[in-house]
Design a protein around this ligand. Sequence first.
Ligand code: HEM
Length: 130
Amino acid sequence: MNAPTETALQQDTATLYERLGSRPGIEAIVEDIWNNHVSNPLVNKRYANSDPATVKRLVTEMCCAGFGGPETYTGRDMLTTHKGMNINDTEFVAVCDDVLKALDKHNVGKRERDEILCILYSLKGDVVYQ
Ligand code: HEM
C-alpha cells in the first residue's frame, strides 16, 4: 500500500471548520440554508418575524465555533432560543433537509455531511417540543 500523501494527511487532521472552507465557506453555506428555510413551506412562517442578517450571523458564528474555528458564539443557547416555539419533528427534519440541500450545493463530502448531521441531531432535544 502506498504511504498517504501529505495533502491527504492534512485533510485527515483538518478541523470540520477548515474542511468547510473556514469562515467564508461556512458563511456561503449558511446563506443557502437561510434561502432554503424561507422557501420551504414546512418552516418558512417560523422565520417571518426574524431579522435575516442577525440569524445568519448567529448561525454562522455557532457553526464556526462548534466546528473548530476561532470564533466566539454570541447568541443564545439552543434551549433558550427555541423555548416556547413548540417545534415538531416534521419541522426539525425539514430544517435538517434544508441544511443537507445546502451542503450538496456546496459539494460538501460525505464525511462532513455525516458529522454535521450528528451535531444537528445531538441538539434535537433542546429544539423540539420546547
Ligand atoms: C439543530 C437544529 C437547529 C439549530 C442548530 C438552530 C440554531 C439556531 C440559532 C443559532 C439561532 C439564533 C440564536 C439566537 O437568536 O440567539 C436560531 C434561531 C431560530 N431558530 Fe433555530 N436551530 C435549529 C432548529 C430550528 C428549527 C427546527 C426551527 C423551526 C422550524 C427553528 C427556528 C428558529 C427561529 C424561528 C429562530 C429565530 C428566532 C428569532 O428571530 O429570535 N430552529 N436557531
